[in-house]
Design a protein around this ligand. Sequence first.
Ligand code: NDP
Ligand code: KPL
Length: 316
Amino acid sequence: MTALNVLMIGAGGIGGYYAAKLAQAGHNIVLSARGEHLEALQANGLVVDYEGAVTHHDLPAFDHQALMRTYRADDFDLIVIALKSTATDSVMVELSEWLQGGSVPVLSLQNGVDNEQRIAREVGEQRVLGGLAVRIGGHITEPGKVYAEGVAQIVLGAWPVQARNDPRTGLLARLEREFTEAGIPTRVTDDIHYELWRKLVINNGVNPLSALTHLDTRTLTHHPEFGKMVYGMMAETVQASKADGVNLTERDLDEMFDLISSFNAIKTSMLVDQEKGRPLELDSISGAVLRRCQSLGIEAPYTRTVHALLQHRNVR
Ligand SMILES: NC(=O)C1=CN([C@@H]2O[C@H](COP(=O)(O)OP(=O)(O)OC[C@H]3O[C@@H](n4cnc5c(N)ncnc54)[C@H](OP(=O)(O)O)[C@@H]3O)[C@@H](O)[C@H]2O)C=CC1
Ligand SMILES: CC(C)(CO)C(=O)C(=O)O
């Protein structure tokens, strides 16, 4: 194995967990972070509690200004964006010139269907890999410490489409192999839009409603009333996908509802943000669905109501 050089931008629940798995397998990982979390990473390393198994990792960690002084973009084989999507735009603008000085591919591991487009604006489509973190729940428990659970898979693919003789094919195959060997079950897809939309079905079903009710995914999906609302918001997401030419079906809807109903009782990333008083990924989850429904001229009453209630709560 030749070690991969990976820059993890945003070393939170998702970035911290996957960075630790890759580092444990012998890959060279650099983290970006800020504030107290960065200070703790620099002073004590990254501590990951995966379902009770605690590991410790001394990894180089930088804020973005120091990162750009220390490395060139092409010192890395891959740059992973594991920020909340509320930060994608500003971080991409901050790193734009530095990224444009190289040709390294950039993989988004974020929820939502609009992040790849934002990244492409700075680096060009041919460098963008779309991706999603599947069957994982994770968050920062205190500065420097991450908790994660679930089988923690990754699905990734060339964005916006996998072309014939796509130059990214070799790297994707390598990532699938190396990530899987590192204990991250990974699958390359030739239709990343479809996979991102299927994930959005789950996220629009449970994330906003969990932030509103403070309930975990299992309680929500098994609740006699909230379960129906989750299913309703998922069905609206299936309708919305048509605006992007994705055409999810009732089968996708039922598969995604079954997947999240049978998964661990997860405190969603949006509920974690709500509890910490941080910005919510509303624009990229329920907002993304509402924009598409509006363009199609269809109603999305469940999504509209939950979105409006959360917006109201968070602007007061
Ligand atoms: N958590 C989960 O269970 C799951 C999350 N996802 C998705 O994965 C993505 C990442 O989520 P998650 O890991 O929960 O996010 P976290 O909030 O845990 O981590 C993101 C990290 O990025 C940091 N960050 C933000 N802006 C900057 C900046 N300018 N410079 C340096 N660091 C910065 C944040 O710092 P700060 O706190 O200071 O803002 C935070 O530490 C999201 O799109 C989410 O929806 C997908 C599946 C499951
Ligand atoms: C719902 C869940 C846990 C599914 O992986 C998720 O994606 C999130 O919390 O943002």
